[in-house]
Design a protein around this ligand. Structure first.
Ligand SMILES: [Zn+2]
Ligand SMILES: [Zn+2]
Length: 317
């Protein structure tokens, strides 16, 4: 293992456990990872020792209702590195046969920045988010939340031809930091009226796409009010399990032909596409890494991640 990044999911598992991890199980976390093949067992083709690889974390079953329709990323029986099986916060990780045969293990080319490759997992989730909202060239986007996920949406939206990227957030520090990631307009929604600024910035039309990248229910209707007719909104971030209800104005949806969607995870195809951008150095995620830790420093690494002071924290085993 060369690099494995800490994600909000890891923090939630530490705090609340996970439905796919039975109580009492010892599980090595880490699903955002990149490394080098150390050894292969007999019968493995396409991979050999010394080969640098990225690991797409979600392994599908191949036979469930969604898998048979080609929606592998919606597999009912999926197993993920760092959740259903041991993951990347370790010196070595075992890659099961199924993961190899399904294309989860992707050989890397050229000069490899393992840290950025590890971040391809969340990056490809954000690509899934933008694809699912049909975000396209010349459109405007509002991103609610300026954490790593908000930043990745901004970087990708720019690559996909965004006419304007607006980010709203309540932390002044994060609003300041996000400016270097392709954001055109920042709004402190605790101090300013988001709808007013968005309408002002879009000639009174509203944005084409809004992405919710923060776990705050009040953000939902705030963002909905900013959509242009035919606009799309994606719930990228969910809400805490015990308080997942939200309130939105049904008439806005009804009269304006709005579409509200949700996404989680990504397909291997999407994982591969964003990986190629990182390999080609056409997208730069290096500014997102604000903490680097050895495995022995795990306690400090998780504590730092809890504070939300920085962006991504990464283990370099
Ligand atoms: Zn993650
Ligand atoms: Zn399946």
């Amino acid at each position: 293992m060369k690099a494995a990044a800490i994600c909000g999911t890891d923090l939630r598992i530490i705090e609340h456990g996970h439905q796919l991890i039975p109580g009492g199980t010892n599980r090595i976390l880490g699903h955002e990872m990149a490394g080098v093949i150390e050894a292969v067992s007999s019968g493995v083709s396409g991979l050999k020792p010394g080969m640098p690889v990225a690991v797409a974390p979600n392994i599908h079953c191949g036979t469930c209702f969604q898998c048979t329709r080609g929606n592998f990323h919606l597999c009912h029986n999926y197993v993920a590195f760092g959740i259903g099986i041991d993951g990347g916060f370790a010196e070595y990780v075992v890659l099961p046969e199924k993961a190899i045969l399904q294309g989860n293990i992707i050989p890397l080319k050229g000069a490899i920045d393992y840290e950025q490759v590890a971040l391809n997992e969340p990056l490809s989730c954000c690509f899934n988010s933008l694809e699912y909202t049909n975000f396209s060239f010349g459109e405007t986007i509002l991103i609610v939340g300026a954490g790593p996920i908000g930043i990745m949406h901004s970087l990708l939206a720019n690559k996909m031809g965004a006419a304007k990227v607006i980010v709203s957030e309540i932390s002044e520090q994060r609003l300041e930091d996000v400016k270097s990631f392709g954001v055109d307009i920042t709004v402190n929604s605790a101090k300013e009226t988001l709808k007013e600024i968005v309408l002002d910035e879009t000639d009174g039309k509203g944005v084409d796409v809004a992405v919710i990248a923060c776990p705050v229910p009040s953000a939902h209707n705030q963002a909905l009010e900013c959509l242009a007719p035919l606009g799309r909104m994606n719930f990228f971030g969910g809400l805490p399990q015990k308080s997942s209800m939200t309130t939105i104005d049904a008439n806005l949806i009804h009269y304006n032909y709005l579409r509200i969607v949700g996404t989680s995870r990504q397909s291997i195809e999407q994982y591969t596409k964003t990986l190629r951008l990182i390999e080609a150095k056409k997208i730069d995620l290096s500014g997102l890494i604000t903490g680097r830790f050895k495995l022995e420093q795990w306690n400090r690494a998780f504590q730092t991640s809890q504070t939300c002071d920085g962006l991504k924290n990464i283990f370099l085993p």
